[in-house]
Write a new protein. Sequence first.
Length: 154
Amino acid sequence: MVYKGWDLWASILLASIIAAIAPIQLFPEALRLLAIAELGVASTLVGVILAGLAILAVFLEESYLCILEQAGGGFEEDLFPFWFTAGLAVYSIVLNVLVIVLANSLSLRASRVLLGLSVWVFLWALFASLNLVAFVAGHAANRAQLVLKKRHKD
């Protein structure tokens, strides 16, 4: 499931290109500044992911849980994208702290590797967050249909 998503492959492609073509002059100061920016955005993503999870939790009631169960996997399966994306964001935070601490002491090759790795995980978390928006929107649409169906019954 994870390896089939567009978000993984787009992030690998973009991170590889960025790491390969980044000019030598960018190291180490621009690498450090990029890591600071990525750190801020990844930290914010954790809050956004928790907000999306809270929205999904609001939908919970017996009739909706029954629909999720009938669809297969139930509610627990629907939690996977949230914890996986949160894990990516936390991994990005840790990597970027490492980049900030080590940026001035790395060789050019090590800097490129760390740049590629940190940009990859950051972009993957960012793109996976976009998938979460679509996921929550789909649940909102399903929940709206359920509410309307109940209203027409009454």
